[in-house]
Design a protein around this ligand. Sequence first.
Ligand code: NAD
Length: 358
Amino acid sequence: MKYALIGCGRISPNHLEAALNNNLEIVGICDIIPEHMDILLEKVGVAKDKIKHYTDYHEMLQKEKPELVAIATESGKHAKIALDCLDLGANLIIEKPISLSLEDADNIIKKSKEKGLVVCANHQNRFNKSIQKIRKAVEDGSFGKMLYGTAHIRWNRGKDYYTQAPWRGTWEQDGGALMNQCIHNIDLLRWMMGDEVTEVCAYTDNLNHDYIEAEDLGMAIVKFKNGSYGIIEGTTDIYPKNLEETLYLFGRKGTVKAGGKSVNIIEEWLFENEKENPEKVKQENSEMPKNIYGFGHTPLYKNVITAIQNHTKPLVDAEAGKRALELVLAIYKSAAEGRPVKLPLDKCSTTDFIGRFK
Ligand SMILES: NC(=O)c1ccc[n+]([C@@H]2O[C@H](COP(=O)([O-])OP(=O)(O)OC[C@H]3O[C@@H](n4cnc5c(N)ncnc54)[C@H](O)[C@@H]3O)[C@@H](O)[C@H]2O)c1
């Protein structure tokens, strides 16, 4: 399958490695800053002359006609590039968040349906061994009635991270801690608790990063349609480095905790009707990746390739990408307006919050 990558920055090695691991035919990589492509190839150990370089993605799409394109540019550019790729018949893996406005997410969903193309939102933590195991327990009813779940993202991002790429932390191109760093776990909480959210009540603030526009701390209470609740607490303020990304799920008959730096380790596994040895479950379904991005890109790519080949939906389709985006935007809205917000949200974008922390 012909594959191309647009955007060769910080997360791009995970994409190229996933493409190589899945034996995709890499027909081109594209970045508006040429050196970024060389740095990427050096990082993944591929010779410069082995892969064609482009600085204009339109030219790459026209010449190479890739069947699958990954978009890993700044978040505010995802939607325009995605729509251009769909117009030319490419299936897509779009880095999270799928877009920065609900309108853009809807346009991507609509066009992908019109064209019969697969779109995946890159929430790779869904493929962590720990998360896959927990999801099975959700699906087979082991928790009994779900009561509540909590998502904690206690990470650190300092000035260097924002100086490296000035789009980060802006309302036009990114959003803050919740939209960028915490959206993975927000996606997991929503997915595990039954997807349907009715109401959100939240606070957000910028306490420790006066050089970015958006929030560095967010706290929210979420009401799910099935009567259960969620708590979200996410920040990039933790001194002096990333502490944890943790997901707790509490049901009448089960308690689970996935912890570690990015929900890679099952730390609690307690069920009334336990058929397996909990210690074995914890051991066999915990991983220690070299960084917070984990091992998820390769299985996510595999899942997308299978979906394209079999004309099925990928595990994290564009609607799932929109749901994660919607929940973050609902948190922003509730915090900005100082009141609970009902879902589904109609129209909302990160740019609605420009000036919020001035
Ligand atoms: N899944 C994850 O765990 C994860 C981790 C980090 C970042 N991300 C997401 O990936 C995206 C990129 O983040 P990053 O930290 O790698 O950013 P980055 O700034 O390091 O890289 C973005 C790259 O895109 C390039 N670019 C911009 N416009 C382009 C265009 N029109 N055509 C081609 N290239 C273009 C830039 O020159 C830059 O090299 C963001 O949406 C971010 O939220 C996801």
